[in-house]
Design a protein around this ligand. Sequence first.
Ligand SMILES: Nc1ncnc2c1ncn2[C@@H]1O[C@H](COP(=O)(O)OP(=O)(O)O)[C@@H](O)[C@H]1O
Ligand SMILES: [Mg+2]
Length: 261
Amino acid sequence: MARIFSIMSGKGGVGKSTLSSSLAMYFAGQGMNTLLIDGDIGLRCADLMLNVQDRVVFDLGDVKERLCPANQALIHPTGIPHLSLLAAPQMMKPSDIKSKEINKLLEAMQEEQDIILLDAPAGIGRGLKNLLGAPAAPVIVATPDDVCLRDAEKMGMLLQEKGEMHPWLVLNRVNKKWIRKGEMPTPQAIAMNLDMPLAGVIPESDAIYRALLRHQTAYECDDVAVRQAIENTASRLLGADTPLPVYKTPRRLFGKGGVAF
Ligand SMILES: Nc1ncnc2c1ncn2[C@@H]1O[C@H](COP(=O)(O)OP(=O)(O)O)[C@@H](O)[C@H]1O
Ligand SMILES: [Mg+2]
């Protein structure tokens, strides 16, 4: 039975696809059968990150329309034996795929996979609605600024209202130099304010964008701190008690009174 995670965020561009493709690469490398579903309907990108963009024949939309069985739509990146991708449809809107259909797909895929990662569209609109009721552990990705954190908080509240599982938090683009200067709150303080368990802290790194330019995931980038952060995140999501990084902070509190979102 697969462990299923939906990678979501209130705000766009915070690193959901970066994280989900990297986790997929890591889990598959550990020999776990891993399926990455690109759920960003209309804005597919995981195929580019896994460098299989020329091999997309069928996608999630074709599975929904029953044009092919789900297994036939899976793309297996060369050289990574345990990894499969189900690409997002380009020509559909999020409202074209219903939560019932996503849940049916997850059920069908759950037997053969060890891990299923759903890369969700940003926001609290239709795309999120489609994921409600899915047997997936929500993982909220956020960057450590108040604009993004407010959206993460709102998303957490919405999940709670709908009776979903308590979400994990992954903080992306964390800069320890800025934390040391008191310009960025510590991940631990943010997680406490949001009342979400911290599954991971991914450092800000140019190497991630350079990897993207080469059609590689952040897990393949040449920054060892990023790769380690992804491994640690994956281990915590699976229940390991992996210690979080400890940050040096200035004596005074961040800003005038801590985190303010
Ligand atoms: N930790 C990071 N450091 C630097 N750049 C990052 C980091 N995480 C993501 N990015 C960059 O941010 C952009 C948006 O990331 P993406 O994963 O596509 O976001 P989302 O899926 O949430 O829209 C990409 O160009 C990616 O390379
Ligand atoms: Mg994305």
